[in-house]
Design a protein around this ligand. Structure first.
Ligand SMILES: [Zn+2]
Length: 194
């Protein structure tokens, strides 16, 4: 949270040097310097952070000032304002989750396609590689899931993400641990292109 941005939002414009008329004493020339995380008045010596400033601007208690900032800037209330970042809106989080889900499904489908090609048995007597079996068992199903994210409706996507949350989590863990979840490339593919 940037103090200068907050001040601007509340309609106070600092001059070119970043000074405003002090809000704590009757100030004829701008004596209060604004910094990203604090302010300091060279006239009366008042010094403080975003909360102190908001308190004074709106005649609020520290608690009320915190509440006001939380509401106006969509941040979670807490003590350490310096480290706070604006919360994502529900919609943003949902869209990110959708994108992430599609990425996982797409990655897994490509992975299965590759397993199918790479581990196809040369002789009928060869023992099946487990990854080849996995591709046979799962590809159609997961390709169908992926299609939901390409041609399905939002309701269908939502339903899938709820119903299959566990499956998705397992997949994500599996590929994150192997460091291969980087957007569609498997270990083998990465080595080949290197
Ligand atoms: Zn002052």
């Amino acid at each position: 949270m940037n103090l200068i941005e907050v001040v601007n939002y509340y309609g106070v414009q600092p001059n070119r040097s970043g000074f405003i008329n002090c809000i704590f004493h009757s100030d004829k020339t701008p004596n209060m310097k604004l910094y990203d995380d604090h302010f300091h008045c060279f006239g009366c010596g008042k010094h403080g952070d975003i909360i102190t400033l908001t308190e004074q601007l709106f005649s609020l208690s520290p608690y009320q000032a915190t509440q006001k900032l939380s509401q106006d800037f969509n941040i979670a209330p807490g003590n350490d304002y310096k480290n706070m970042k604006p919360l994502k809106t529900k919609r943003q989080s949902y869209i990110e989750q959708e994108n992430r889900t599609y990425k996982i499904l797409n990655f897994y489908c490509s992975f299965l396609e590759k397993c199918h090609e790479d581990y196809i048995p040369n002789n009928p007597d060869d023992e099946f590689n487990p990854l080849f079996i996995e591709s046979l068992m799962n590809y159609e199903q997961y390709n169908y899931y992926r299609d939901i994210f390409i041609t399905g409706t939002e309701d269908e996507r939502q339903e899938f993400m709820i119903d299959c949350a566990e499956k998705l989590e397992i997949l994500e863990k599996r590929f994150t641990q192997k460091n291969t979840f980087t957007g569609g490339k498997t270990d083998e593919a990465t080595t080949e292109s290197a």
